[in-house]
Design a protein around this ligand. Structure first.
Ligand SMILES: [Zn+2]
Length: 606
């Protein structure tokens, strides 16, 4: 493993122009360099290198990246190889770590924490397997039907009910108690440190690469010597540490990855034992959140492996509500979620024990998509009258606005069938009809993300004139600028002043990376009378206001056309107050639209 800090340091020191220039002749043009693209055939140069941003990008074919990607693309190196090779050229040897003391300190702590977690796991495993005080845990796991093969593969262990069993053991191995605290394995009480896990089966949590970073601890039911009424929580989990972030970590992901890719699906459950039980029954595509709710970060981890996720929700009304609430998160993450409902059985562990693996597979086969769940629920809630249908449409419109391409067409089709209204009415309602470029049949392939004129202009402004526009952009709800969560995240990181190289490393979608690189490289000019002049910083503020206004205008126009539909649907003899409400709302939106249009058509100040 090469530490992130080291990679950033190497990228920072590498001279991109010099390295690219070794295989390609470049001409200086302002702050950037241009040349004939090595990745496609061209006669006029559209290949750009921007040293200040550390990237190259071709406007002709869209290839681009940072200095590591250059070596990978042109020399056929792997990523690690590229880092090492470049490290040597710029005098950062991976082994010798010529870094600042602070960087070295950070790396050292992280490396230490991995080691400590590993030592702790070995100790817990030894207690479970061989020591007499491991007996209650052995009995417990056997009773739960967890085989010894699973103990071994998932490194289960046992922390005996003592105050400093682990702290003492680690100290004996030369690990300071303060580091055990830092690793989340112990707590300190003044000058005393004591174990976090006491009298618990320990379940190590591994990161995506299989390194142990934290533990979950399951309390034993019949713990000897426990006083009555002592409320020991069923589970204790490691706190977050420099190597463990709950919102990014999925339990058993490193075990589940091959199955998720093979079966094209992931099953998300809640408990460690649900996962162990499912894996034991052959459902090795199961993962769990680690004592937190599912987050967008979890989904973006899974999205790299599959676009299809089965999530478990309780079948009671609270469970259905939770399912509906999470729909937008799945949609925004670009993941299709299906809802697994196990009926009266509390959890998958119980279900499998009672009914077996085949019944579970059948339950998986009968899942419905969360979108269908939502459609069904809202129809029940609002009824099948025209007004009810409009309410259903109103509830689902924001969700549909978040998706693009074939997925959106599919949703429009589902809803128009269910409500028995034309799909053009659905499109009109959700405000897509006017500028919809969608063909009437679902597109065969998802439409590639290219951004929009306004969005790309804003990104460009954030990249080139951040000082003038960041304050303005920060005031606007990011979902008014974009309906894509990954784009919103990029904007947030740009506002935070993060480096483009680091931001690009966190972008999964190659189309989005391409848009960003293009914005970073692009030189914009503005028309002044008949001349094209350079885009100077004093224009940036006005331009940002314009772009923000245009993006908001889209939203407002969608709402106006929805209200218009409502006004028209009222008809004779309809509820008069509803009609009036719609008219009032509409007229205030029309006024807002006028304001936005004024901003948009205003002449820039010079
Ligand atoms: Zn090219």
């Amino acid at each position: 493993m090469i530490p992130r800090e080291l990679i950033d340091a190497i990228r920072d020191r590498a001279d991109l122009v010099e390295i690219v220039g070794q295989t390609l002749s470049l001409t200086r043009k302002g702050n950037s360099y241009v040349g004939l693209c090595p990745f496609h055939n061209e006669k006029t140069p559209s290949f750009n290198v921007v040293p200040s941003k550390g990237i190259y990008h071709c406007f002709g074919c869209g290839e681009g990246g940072d200095v590591f990607q250059w070596l990978m693309q042109t020399q056929g190196m792997g990523f690690n190889e590229a880092v090492k090779d470049l490290g040597q050229r710029v005098g950062v040897t991976i082994e010798e770590r010529q870094l600042t003391d602070e960087e070295r300190g950070r790396i050292k702590v992280r490396t230490d924490l991995y080691e400590i977690c590993d030592l702790a796991s070995q100790h817990f495993q030894a207690v479970l397997r061989t020591r007499p005080e491991g007996e209650p845990a052995r009995r417990y796991l056997t009773q739960r039907g967890i085989s010894e093969d699973i103990w071994e593969r998932y490194h289960l262990g046992y922390a005996p009910p003592a105050w400093s069993d682990l702290v003492d053991t680690l100290r004996g191995q030369g690990v300071d108690a303060a580091l055990a605290v830092k690793a989340g394995l112990a707590r300190s009480n003044g000058d005393r440190s004591y174990d976090l896990f006491r009298g618990r089966v320990t379940i190590p949590i591994q990161d995506a690469r299989g390194r142990i970073v934290a533990f979950g601890g399951r309390h034993l039911e019949d713990l000897p010597g426990r006083k009555d009424g002592d409320p020991a929580p069923k589970y204790v989990n490691s706190p977050e540490t420099p190597i463990y972030q709950k919102s990014h970590t999925l339990y058993a992901l490193s075990h589940a990855r091959p199955a998720i890719q093979r079966k094209h699906r992931a099953i998300i459950v809640e408990g460690y034992f649900d996962v162990l039980s499912l894996h034991q029954a052959g459902f090795t595509e199961a993962v769990a959140t680690c004592g937190t709710a599912l987050t967008t970060e979890h989904l973006s981890v899974l999205r790299k492996l599959t676009r299809s996720v089965v999530a478990l929700f309780d079948s009671d009304s609270a469970g259905v509500r939770a399912a509906l609430k999470s729909l937008d998160m799945f949609v925004a993450a670009g993941v299709e979620a299906r809802r697994l409902d196990l009926g009266d059985d509390k959890d998958p562990d119980e279900f499998i024990q009672k009914r077996g693996a085949e019944a579970f597979e059948r339950a998986l086969q009968t899942t419905e998509t969360l979108f269908d769940t939502a459609l069904r629920e809202y129809r029940q809630q609002f009824g099948t009258t025209p007004e009810g249908s409009r309410q259903v449409l109103h509830q689902l419109a924001p969700t549909m606005r978040r998706v693009e391409g074939a997925a959106r067409s599919a949703m429009v089709e589902r809803i128009s069938k269910a409500l028995q209204i034309g799909d053009n009415v659905v499109r009109e309602y959700i405000g897509l009809s006017a500028r919809s470029r969608l063909p009437s049949a679902p597109a065969p392939t998802p439409i590639r993300f290219r951004g929009t004129r306004e969005l790309n202009h804003l990104l460009w402004l954030l990249l080139h004139h951040s000082q003038q526009v960041a304050g303005l952009v920060a005031q606007v709800d990011p979902l008014l600028i974009t309906n894509r969560l990954d784009v919103a995240r990029v904007i947030a990181r740009l506002l935070a002043g993060d480096d483009l190289g680091a931001i690009l490393q966190g972008v999964d979608d190659p189309d989005l990376a391409q848009v960003l690189r293009a914005c970073a490289v692009e030189k914009r000019t503005v028309r002044d009378g008949k001349a094209e002049v350079l885009y100077t910083a004093d224009r940036a503020g006005d331009a940002a206001r314009q772009m923000l206004a245009r993006l908001q205008l889209r939203q407002v126009e969608g709402e106006i056309s929805a209200l218009q539909a409502e006004v028209e649907s009222c008809g004779f003899g309809a509820d008069g107050s509803r009609y009036r409400d719609a008219l009032v709302k509409k007229s205030s939106l029309v006024a807002h639209r006028q304001d936005l249009l004024r901003i948009i058509t205003r002449k820039p100040n010079h």
